[in-house]
Design a binder for this molecule. Structure first.
Ligand code: NAP
Length: 535
């Protein structure tokens, strides 16, 4: 039985009519309800609207936000589901993840069209993102079947040893119900059924998602596909819930709920830090895996710059404007050494930038933040705008921008390192390799660091690499940081402020690690040992 508030702002609860359950709603229909366990629940707190950023117009229907009562209901169901769900076999969970992938694909054009309306992201990009989302779910199915994720470890008893060693066996188990905050910039691959949800479900953790307000309809469609997969698999209904709410209150209540044992988040530094504070303020603090801000430095080493500076300049601009710069791996900082080769790079980059159109950003809020960030950079002494793309012609459009400064001025003003989410980058001009190393050492933590290098740059790269290893989760050569492969060896993480926990990744097979914890079983009789530890 689901519950809802008796009236707006009232706190009395009354049962929801059974006719509100999903089974009576056509699968493609967006109703504006939350999905709590098996139910579609109409919130009675503030109403939210999805906005088309290309027009500024609202897109129906209204979404009915929930509050503490709905958080309580979703978390209680998640807690009730946890022991049953974590004890499903890896094969059962693998099949469940595959069913979610198939369910998302079965949403067809309805999903893509809604995501396009809500995000202004191109159709082709969204189709690719859907493929990536399904691929991630299927990757975790493979991970589960391979079995290494569990790290079953055996150390037999050594009774003859002095002192004797007990029989020790270890495996990793699910951490508990997980709260997931989807990202605005990947409405499919980092959202309701995105990487954090896939990893948590694979680990055996029920998931409560807080829908991102930028793509509410997309969230509901995907949420319904997951809800259907839960039902079809015969799993406890609390394995998945989707909450909607206006403002920060519902997210804070979710992170504060005692049933929640970990948090996955992608978004702003301020939002991630606020959720970390909420998690730490609980009687039982819990881990928050927040991916926040990164400017992804690209280092232009001398021989590469000399050989192909113009080509690098053009390619860098393509990477800068990809997706209107709305990637966490967007190259927001470029570092080179002064001279004719850098001049060629600069001229080619500025030439390429001139032809780049302004394009619509994900939300009016993100557009306003971009404008503010660009204005802030423009106001800094020692930093000057050296070029820009075409002016905006429509609502919420961002104009690409390139700024330039000297290494000395960059080192003197920490504000030049602030992430400006969108197609803006800063070129830092160094006198020599020593100054480039000094800039690298002063950088904050990053998701990525890139070196453009040729063979003759290896000696310089060998000096730079140890610095970059300490700064970034992924070090690239001769590529551009946008584009993150979903793979076993991928790390999409990094030192603060790129993320709140440097030890993990939000993309790739090892993302499951963040939702597992090790348990040691000492001298347990065979009959009591978990299946993976019997032999
Ligand atoms: P956001 O404002 O941090 O919001 C992300 C999610 O967290 C939303 O669901 C939001 O819901 C919730 N939230 C934010 N602050 C909260 C708080 N204090 N307490 C509880 N919940 C909170 O991020 P965004 O809307 O996606 O984008 C805004 C900015 O984030 C961008 O301009 C960019 O700078 C950055 N961003 C970074 C990345 C990255 O990968 N590094 C990706 C996307 C965005 P409510 O708003 O409903 O509370």
């Amino acid at each position: 039985m689901a519950f809802r508030r008796a009236g707006r702002g009232a706190h009395a609860l009354r049962p929801v009519s059974p006719f509100q359950t999903l089974t009576r709603i056509p699968s493609m229909q967006i109703t504006g309800d939350m999905l709590i366990g098996a139910q579609a629940v109409r919130g009675t707190e503030a109403t939210l609207q999805a906005i088309n950023p290309a027009t500024g117009q609202a897109i129906g229907p209204d979404f009915h936000g929930g509050g503490e009562a709905e958080v309580e209901r979703a978390c209680a169901l998640a807690e009730a589901a946890f022991d049953t769900y974590r004890n499903t076999t890896p094969e059962q969970r693998a099949a469940f993840l595959e069913a979610i992938a198939a369910g998302i694909e079965a949403l067809g054009d309805t999903l893509i069209e809604r995501a396009h309306l809500e995000s202004a992201l191109p159709i082709a990009r969204l189709q690719g993102e859907r493929g990536r989302t399904a691929g991630q779910l299927r990757l975790f199915a493979t991970v589960l079947r391979e079995g290494r994720w569990q790290q079953a470890t055996f150390e037999p008893a050594l009774p003859e040893r002095n002192p004797p060693r007990p029989d020790l066996r270890m495996q990793r188990i699910a951490i508990g119900p997980v709260a997931v905050f989807g990202a605005s910039n990947f409405p499919l691959a980092f959202s309701v059924a995105g990487g954090d949800t896939a990893a948590a479900l694979a680990a055996g953790c029920p998931v409560v998602v807080k829908a991102h307000p930028a793509h509410l309809g997309t969230s509901e469609l995907v949420g319904r596909a997951i809800q259907q997969a839960v039902r079809d698999a015969g799993l406890p209904e609390g394995v998945f819930s989707l909450l909607v709410g206006a403002g920060n209150a519902i997210g804070t209540a979710l992170v504060s709920h005692p049933a929640i044992q970990a948090v996955g988040f992608t978004g702003s530094r301020a939002g991630g830090m606020a959720l970390m504070r909420a998690a730490n303020a609980r009687p039982q603090p819990i881990p928050v895996y927040a991916e926040m801000s990164s400017i992804n430095p690209v280092f232009l080493l001398p021989a590469a710059l000399d050989a192909r500076g113009a080509e690098i300049g053009r390619q860098l601009v393509d990477s800068l404007v990809l997706g209107v710069g709305q990637f966490c791996t967007n190259p927001g900082l470029v570092i080179g050494i002064e001279g004719p080769a850098l001049d060629k790079f600069r001229a080619a980059a500025l030439g390429a930038l001139q032809g780049k159109p302004a394009a619509t950003m994900l939300t009016p809020g993100i557009h306003a933040a971009y404008e503010q960030g660009v204005a802030q950079l423009s106001s800094l002494a020692g930093l000057r705008r050296i070029g820009h793309g075409a002016d905006p012609v429509g609502a919420n459009q961002a104009r690409p921008e390139i700024f330039e400064t000297s290494a000395a001025q960059f080192l003197a003003d920490h504000r030049m390192q602030a992430e400006v989410f969108g197609p803006s980058t800063v070129l830092v001009v160094c006198r020599d390799m020593e100054e480039m190393l000094t800039v690298a050492r002063q950088l904050e933590g990053q998701l990525t660091a890139t070196m453009q290098l040729d063979d003759a740059d290896h000696a310089a790269a060998q000096r730079l690499l140890p610095v970059l290893e300490r700064k970034a989760g992924r070090v690239l050569c001769n590529g551009y940081p946008t584009g993150v492969e979903v793979a076993y060896a991928m790390v999409h993480g990094g030192p603060f402020p790129a993320t709140s926990d440097v030890r993990s990744t939000s993309v790739g097979a090892t993302a499951i690690d963040r939702f597992l914890r090790p348990v040691c079983y000492q001298n347990l009789p065979q009959a009591l040992l978990p299946a993976a530890l019997r032999k």
